[in-house]
Write a protein that binds this ligand. Structure first.
Ligand SMILES: NC(=O)c1ccc[n+]([C@@H]2O[C@H](COP(=O)([O-])OP(=O)(O)OC[C@H]3O[C@@H](n4cnc5c(N)ncnc54)[C@H](O)[C@@H]3O)[C@@H](O)[C@H]2O)c1
Length: 269
């Protein structure tokens, strides 16, 4: 069901060839936005665009590496030329290829850190840098960047990922403060565990069970859960919301750490 909340808007979604980014591009197109579906993975971007067009939506695929400033400049330029401007920017690109190298800090590898920060953080910097002038020209715009629960509740491993995702919050709030009076809103979605191609194989069956145990919800998350939160933030309904971090985690961060143990003890009594 669409209520046309983004009708007439030109949207750029990065990481839109898979998972949450793809779901966001689809939801936004359903709500009337014309969407540039950007991803390093050309085939993934093309598949998302095909699904959008099958539903009668308007979208164009674009292959770009968001960690490369010149490629991002060309991507934003393409969006502005194709759809007449840039009103909405959504950043979901994430470098999953670094996972195995993102180890405890004593073994930190500078190249792995650079690649993680390059995509997950600098991708947000570059896209905003080039999209902001277009938004300002039209009197405003909305940016949403993907952080993660891991940005402030780190797992035992993946310090570079946690740092990138914490940085996304600082960056987004800086943009909100710096440009808010000129009509720019910049918010953050911070997902908990969402079942997506990006998390496939990341957790063992036992670990998935532990995750489920820590949900204040009957299931793990789905890409649409985040896409619909992002839709709210990008829509006029959120006109007075800026610099906000919207946690989409099925209540996971509301959990006191001892609750699952208490539950287990209660079952054993
Ligand atoms: N899935 C989760 O549990 C979860 C939890 C918290 C935060 N997040 C964040 O949400 C976002 C989306 O997650 P997802 O699970 O849908 O991921 P995903 O791996 O399914 O999709 C990420 C996309 O980013 C693209 N990408 C990678 N490097 C790129 C680059 N250099 N330039 C352009 N595109 C590039 C990939 O090709 C892929 O299509 C990410 O930022 C992720 O960190 C996800």
């Amino acid at each position: 069901m669409s209520s046309g909340r983004l009708t007439g808007r030109s949207a750029l979604v990065t990481g839109a060839g898979s998972g949450i980014g793809a779901a966001t591009a689809e939801v936004f197109a359903r709500e009337g936005a014309r969407v540039v579906v950007a991803d390093l993975d050309k085939a993934g971007a093309a598949a998302t665009v095909e699904r959008i067009r099958d539903e009668g939506g308007v979208a164009e695929p674009y292959a770009a590496d968001v960690s490369d400033e010149a490629e991002v400049e060309a991507l934003v330029d393409f969006t502005a030329r194709t759809f007449g401007g840039v009103d909405v920017l959504q950043n979901y690109a994430s470098n999953r290829g670094v996972v195995a190298e993102d180890v405890a800090l004593a073994g930190a590898d500078a190249s792995a850190w650079a690649r993680q920060l390059g995509v997950d953080l600098m991708g947000c910097v570059f896209t905003a840098k080039y999209a902001l002038p277009h938004m300002l020209r039209r009197g405003g715009g909305s940016i949403t960047n993907a952080s993660s629960l891991v940005g402030w509740l780190p797992l035992e491993s993946r310090p570079a990922y946690a740092t990138a995702k914490a940085g996304v919050i600082g960056l987004s709030r800086s943009i909100a403060v710096e440009y808010g009076r000129q009509g720019i809103r910049c918010n953050v979605v911070a997902p908990g565990p969402i079942v997506s191609p990006g998390t496939e194989g990341m957790y063992t069956a036992e670990q998935t069970e532990v995750l489920a145990e820590h949900m204040a919800a009957p299931r793990l998350g789905r890409p649409d859960d985040v896409a619909l939160a992002a839709l709210f933030l990008a829509s006029p309904d959120a006109a007075f919301i800026n610099g906000h971090v919207l946690v989409v985690d099925g209540g996971m961060s509301a959990y006191a750490p001892m609750v699952p143990s208490f539950r287990r003890l209660a079952r054993e009594e």
